[in-house]
Design a protein around this ligand. Structure first.
Ligand SMILES: *Cc1c(COP(=O)(O)O)cnc(C)c1O
Length: 495
């Protein structure tokens, strides 16, 4: 299977090349040339396998330049001991038709673990195939979840260093402690004085600076990215939608007319994986794209106009506080039937004017596939409370946005076929906001808040978060936002 760039489909590369390089030279994203389809019988057979077995089967369809042995090594490394649950992505149920796909049983308690536990294995295998033995340096700018998940995934990975930058005032106390206490002999964590955009543009600048690249190469190193634009982060996410379909079949859900999927969306990676699962043969009816107050995708799905020129809101679902959904580019490429010129034109206009409008053909196709809905913090809190009171189920702020969007969909369409709602984080990662939905008494300290939430809801605190109570911070450096390159050299001991 070859991968082509969304902005020039004459560029054709192997999966190892796509994963090792992350992004194509002209700025496009790699997409598989075709999407492999599975028969109903194959899904039944897959249902007999455990998560790792399913993962191997699906990865083999996409990573055709990997040997069976290599794929098996990657999967066993990623999904053997790092999840608190026998099944990495179990389903909980709210009433008869509503399934919650819990994607937060990994080491950092957010869904990014499902991909970032596997990516380091895919990346090291890929670089061995296509690069020249240089040491890989992963740079990450994070607003919280990605940084920690990448650190956990890449810690102690051979021939790799990982450096994470986060805004010193821009992450939750839990997220800060998670990162500052990170273990591993190849991990580096730097807080910067600035916001997430400063961290992000600082990393981009270092990435694209040819002098810096040269200097790194002289020292036997090269940069790579753990960002969600990397195909190696997207393909692991297809697995859990297929696994969920197998589980729904096994428990006897009525899937005669298909089912709907709801995804709380930021960068459009997770919902794009659900789309791939649909194309592979999972009988998905509608993909419901849920946004918070940063409703740029809701407006796009409803009008065909993507416009990032608007106020940015800092919400209680921070991992969805995003105005440029980078993976949407892949969806546009598919909707435009692989018209790379058209995609380039849209992306250029996004870069230049902050907006673009799609043609009627693309808009119609998109509206057939997707339904967009959004809710603000107020709606998020109400949904957490209602879901807990009605079903005894505690959801985090991001998941609540999805539940709220589903309720809007149900009310406006009456379509009550079975639904799968992606639950992307443990409620304990955002304990203050979640507790404030249920109570007026919020303790000052993060761990007291966690304890009160646990007592009040009779749910248990995930072990990786509970253990942080006794963790000590290893990383204490705070850098000026203009000193990020200095920080990189210091971390790599090449200053
Ligand atoms: C990253 C993240 C999202 C958004 O996922 P995308 O793939 O970027 O759309 C939603 N919820 C949580 C908790 C996240 O960490």
């Amino acid at each position: 299977m070859n991968y082509v760039s969304t902005r020039n489909n004459e560029v054709k590369v192997s999966s190892a090349f796509a994963i090792a390089h992350g992004i194509s030279v002209e700025g496009g994203l790699y997409v598989p040339e075709t999407i492999p389809a599975l028969s109903y019988q194959e899904f039944l057979t897959l249902g007999e396998l455990d998560y790792k077995g399913k993962a191997e089967y699906i990865l083999k369809k996409y990573l055709t330049d990997f040997t069976d042995n290599e794929i098996s090594r990657c999967v066993n490394g990623a999904y053997t001991a790092s999840f608190d649950n026998e099944i990495p992505a179990p389903i909980a149920q709210l009433g008869e038709n509503v399934n919650i796909l819990e994607l937060w049983h990994g080491p950092t308690c957010a869904f990014k673990d499902l991909a970032l536990q596997l990516l380091p294995y895919l990346l090291t295998t890929s670089t061995k195939k296509v690069a020249d033995g240089k040491k890989t340096v992963i740079l990450v700018a994070t607003s919280g979840d990605t940084g920690k998940a990448a650190l956990e995934g890449f810690k102690n990975v051979e021939n790799t260093e990982i450096i994470v930058f986060y805004p010193s005032e821009g992450v939750s106390p839990m997220q800060k402690l998670q990162m500052d206490s990170q273990k591993g002999n190849n991990v580096h964590v730097c807080a910067i004085k600035g916001n997430f955009d400063d961290a992000q543009s600082g990393v981009k600048k270092i990435f694209t600076d040819t002098e810096i690249k040269k200097y790194l190469a002289q020292n036997g190193m090269e940069f790579s990215s753990a960002n969600s634009i990397n195909w190696g982060r997207l393909v692991p996410q297809i697995i859990y939608y297929i696994s969920a379909y197998c589980d729904m079949l096994a428990k006897g859900d009525d899937l005669e007319n298909g089912f709907n999927i709801v995804v709380p969306t930021g960068n459009f990676g997770n919902i794009l994986a659900a789309y791939y699962a649909k194309e592979m043969g999972v009988p998905v009816n509608k993909l419901i794209c849920a946004s918070n107050a940063n409703r740029v995708l809701t407006d796009f799905i409803n009008t065909g106009i993507y416009d990032r020129n608007r106020d940015f809101y800092t919400t209680m679902s921070p991992s969805m506080d995003i105005l440029i959904s980078s993976n949407l580019e892949r969806m546009l490429y598919i909707l435009a039937d692989g018209d790379d010129k058209y995609v380039s034109q849209l992306q250029n206009s996004l870069a230049k004017d902050g907006k673009f409008t799609v043609n009627d053909k693309v808009l119609n196709k998109m509206q057939n596939l997707f339904y967009g809905a959004c809710c603000d913090d107020n709606g998020t809190l109400k949904t957490i409370k209602k879901t807990f009171e009605e079903y005894g189920y505690l959801c985090d702020t991001h998941t609540a946005v999805a539940v709220n969007a589903y309720e809007q969909y149900l009310a406006s369409t009456g379509d009550n076929r079975p639904v799968l709602i992606a639950s992307t984080a443990s409620p304990y990662k955002f304990a203050k906001s979640v507790l404030s939905a249920l109570s007026n008494n919020i303790p000052d300290s993060e761990f007291e808040t966690v304890d009160v939430l646990s007592c009040l809801t009779n749910t248990s605190v995930p072990k990786p978060l509970a253990e942080l109570k006794n963790a000590t911070a290893r990383f204490k450096d705070i850098y000026d936002k203009n000193d990020m390159y200095k920080a990189v050299c210091k971390c790599l001991k090449i200053d």
